[in-house]
Design a protein around this ligand. Structure first.
Ligand code: NAP
Length: 363
């Protein structure tokens, strides 16, 4: 409304050389229909915006106690669920882990192998997957029956071949009990310097490839009326920070997809768990893409001081056992940031603008 009336003002007051005369918006023509269009919404908008701001603050203050009560109720049910599912075993479950050649995926393979799962480990680099397999077999971590991990070469970017890959995967044991969608790639760059190819690549690996694989496996889970889909999102599934646009967008999309999916497949006895970790000490930033599509090649301080991947994997395995629907695997500080984004978005936007300006200066 405001934009269209300003647009109208520039149409009616533009000079012959195409410039808008100074003061044309402050002192519009006092007669004719344009005058009304200009004056009424201007005053009205000011009052309305002011009232909206105050209403927002009042709503936030009312919302706070409700949120605290809501959190307490959630905590009660989480504890109940934890107690009732504490002893659930993963022994003998067929688990497909994508991105198992390094970092969090490798750590998850270690934990799930120790639990006695029949692992199918997938990613692009066969040699790294083979290293993981040999390390597991030689580790002596598994005390009971040993199921040697099966390697599948998989490029999530290759969307056209996903259905074929899933046929191969399902051919191994005939089904998949738990799909751990862990593979992913990060990004460091500024929106204005980032090619659309880079946005598409990040989106293809983190989102389209991941949901493509999920959709191809899902029918076999529906036939069996059993299954569990685990999505490794990120803190950035909930919060977008500057210079991570492509990554945050892909993880936000994954979060949204997972929330819809969870509700839709509940009736088929298939669970969806979304894990949103904060920083973990892996090669994620080293392998990240820049806006031009090159390898970033640095381990950021935040990643360096991040959580131990094995510790993170251990907590994820507990969440899988308990069929937790969503786990924010990060410190209270980051959880508060998510809360701030939800209840005081304008404060969050200001802080992020400041952060962006500061890191731009220090570059
Ligand atoms: N590290 C963190 O701070 C952090 C925080 C939040 C969320 N996460 C998430 O955790 C997950 C694991 O990342 P990480 O931290 O362990 O990083 P990482 O060590 O770089 O591992 C990424 C994994 O993804 C695989 N991958 C990358 N592109 C692929 C493709 N096109 N097709 C198939 N696999 C591909 C890689 O294997 P190949 O190279 O062999 O294909 C590798 O195994 C990611 O989804 C990431 O977003 C990480």
């Amino acid at each position: 409304m405001k934009t269209s009336s300003v647009g109208k003002a520039s149409e009616t007051t533009t000079t012959t050389d195409g410039n808008i005369p100074l003061g044309s918006l402050e002192s519009p023509s006092k007669t004719g229909p344009d005058a009304q269009i200009l004056r009424l919404p201007f005053k009205g908008n000011l009052l309305l915006n002011c009232a909206k701001k105050w209403l927002n603050w009042i709503a936030c203050l009312l919302f706070l106690p409700l949120t605290i009560i809501g959190r307490l109720v959630e905590a009660f049910f989480a504890i109940k669920q934890r107690i009732s599912r504490h002893d659930s075993s993963l022994e003998g479950k067929v688990v497909l882990i994508t991105g198992a050649s390094s970092g969090l995926g490798e750590a998850l393979a270690k934990c799930l192998y120790t639990e006695g799962c029949k692992l199918i480990i997938a990613s692009r680099r066969y040699t790294e997957l083979d290293r993981v397999k040999e390390q597991l077999l030689g580790s002596g971590l598994r005390k009971g029956t040993i199921y040697p991990p099966v390697i599948i070469e998989l490029d999530l970017q290759d969307l056209d071949n996903l259905a074929d890959k899933v046929r191969t995967i399902l051919g191994v044991y005939g089904y998949v009990d738990i799909l751990v969608n862990n593979a992913g790639i990060s990004y460091r760059g500024e929106v204005t310097d980032t090619t659309l190819e880079v946005d598409a690549k990040i989106m293809n690996i983190n989102y389209f490839g991941t949901i493509g694989l999920t959709k191809a496996i899902l029918p076999s889970m529906i036939i069996r009326q059993s299954g569990h889909i685990v999505m490794i999102g990120s803190l950035q599934s909930k919060l977008a920070i500057p210079f991570r646009s492509a990554y945050a967008a892909s993880k936000h999309a994954l979060q949204a997809f997972s929330d819809s999916l969870r509700a839709e497949i509940h009736r088929h006895n298939i669970d969806v768990t979304v894990i949103n970790p904060g920083y973990i000490r892996t090669s994620l930033s080293l392998n990240a893409l820049t806006g031009r599509g090159d390898k970033y090649g640095q381990t950021d301080e935040t990643t360096e001081s991040g959580a131990d991947p094995l510790q993170a994997a251990y907590e994820i395995v507990i969440a899988i056992k308990e069929k937790t629907q969503e786990l924010m695997l990060c410190s209270l500080f980051y959880r508060l940031a998510v809360f701030l984004r939800a209840i005081l978005p304008n404060v969050y936007f200001k802080l992020m603008a400041r952060r962006a300006a500061k890191s731009k200066k220090s570059r």
